[in-house]
Design a protein around this ligand. Structure first.
Ligand code: FES
Length: 123
């Protein structure tokens, strides 16, 4: 049984082009997911940080939506270019990427930080 220290869900939900809510797929969700998976693999941490597809996370206006567990940290308007920073700062370093936070996360204290990734268990 794999022992993941963090789980990252990337919305790749698709809706019709004329749907009023839009969708994360049209905003690059698949590309964000692929970039995240590639980055985790390149750093040798894909066995301890899991990247998963997600359906709609009900934060469509902030898409591409990404949520990290166990911290319940929600990022919005995520692009491929943001992936190295999310991996470095949050997934490895345990520090929230403030500039990408979605609004209304009352469980998060200011300057929230979490345990660093234990890379000794990456192999
Ligand atoms: S379509 Fe991605 S959060 Fe709804």
């Amino acid at each position: 049984m794999p022992s993941f220290q963090r789980h990252v869900f990337v919305c790749i939900n698709e809706r019709a082009a004329d749907h009023p809510k839009g969708c994360c797929k049209a905003k690059g969700g698949v590309e964000v997911r692929d970039a995240l998976k590639k980055e985790l693999k390149a750093r040798g941490i894909s066995k301890i940080v899991r990247a998963n597809n997600s359906g709609c996370l009900d934060q469509c206006e902030h898409g591409v939506s990404v949520v990290v567990y166990p911290e319940q940290v929600w990022y919005g308007h995520v692009t491929v270019d943001d992936i190295p920073e999310i991996v470095d700062k949050h997934l490895v370093g345990g520090e929230v990427v403030d500039r990408l936070l979605q609004p209304d996360q009352p469980h998060l204290a200011d300057n929230a930080s979490f345990p660093k990734l234990d890379t000794s268990k990456a192999k």
